[in-house]
Write a protein that binds this ligand. Sequence first.
Ligand code: GAL
Length: 417
Amino acid sequence: MSVNKKIAVPALLFALGATGAAHAQDEKSVKVVHWWTSGGEAAALKILKDDVAKRGFAWKDSAIGGGGGEPTPAKLRASASPGNSPDAMQLLGFAISDYAAEGLLGNVDLVASKEGWDKVVPLPLQKFSKYKGKWVAAPVNIHRTNWIWANKAIFDELKLKVPTTFDELVAHADKIRKAGYIPLAHGGQPWQEAIIFDSAVMSAGGPTFYKQALVDLDPVALGSKTMENAFSQMKKLRTMVDPNFPNRNWNLATSMVYHKKAAMQIMGDWAKGEFAKGHMKPNVDYLCSQYPGTDGTFIFSSDQFALVKASDKRMAGQSDFASAVMDKGFQEKFNIAKGSVPARTDVSMEGFDHCGKKSMADLKQAMKAGSMVSGSSSSMRIPVQGAVTGVVSKFHNSNISPAEATKLLLAAVNNSK
Ligand code: GAL
């Protein structure tokens, strides 16, 4: 069948509306739940929508507002309710295993083995894509979260270089404030505070400590002096933000860097998608560097499309969708726009910018060194994640001391396990 004929079918069925064609329409469409609503995210998503259309599927969009996926668990669950179920849902980390354990997901093992996903997807991602050895989700990207994004004009004006130590970051912030700029653009939402926390934990303790604390939930690491040091870093970062940070969306914080109001943002590389959308270029308009003390490590967050359990007929469409998500050419185009790197290691990086190439090089090195770790949005089961994020956010929005926060963290994790 030609591509055009393939497209014509769903378009015609949509035109028929709620008639007897509805069932057939369901089989030629794909309903996708996601939270990609910012400018950069929407631009990247369009690439997926177009690819899916080329394969003959109508895209039924089910966008959930609120970046980071934070407000989503309840809404996701609602969208997965019987009679209203999507075909695919954007999920992170253990949320996938939780859904699978509840029997809500199907599997795309056949297409995964035909296309050899096992060989090209990094193992730390497969840990989340598979449930009981079967592929239940297709990973679309690898985002890195331990980045600092800096406005190059401000850095040039003040003759600053990207900070390589935390003390240097503190000194920079002082100069930036004196020059009339906001040192750190921050969005005061718990998930954004958790992103900063992850970097601070890595910086304070290194990858082994990070894994002990935020992956293995080791009580000794959680309650340690090193954890207190991580909170102390956060306390200093808190002094670098403007008073209007509470509840600010992440992309509004990015636009403060974009518009030269703020000098830096600590955020995942989806911020790069916003810069790309606004035609800003790395090393020309903005700088990317690792959060001080986290060089050689890679804190990742991989967006994956979990496939919702469906009838056999619908599963064929889901496999096609999963195959579109895993397509090499698609992953190249998509990840250039999204700011991330591909979820498969065999994609050409030639078309990626400086920060994208650096990210892939660092990823490969971190995979070898064992310093590729998942961010706290993925590394913990949902109740534990909620407990950790709760303490971190409370700390960031109050006068609790680092020592007290460390005690609260240990208690909250113990209660949530
Ligand atoms: C993350 C997601 C990214 C990005 C960000 C902001 O959870 O992994 O793809 O879009 O949220 O919405």
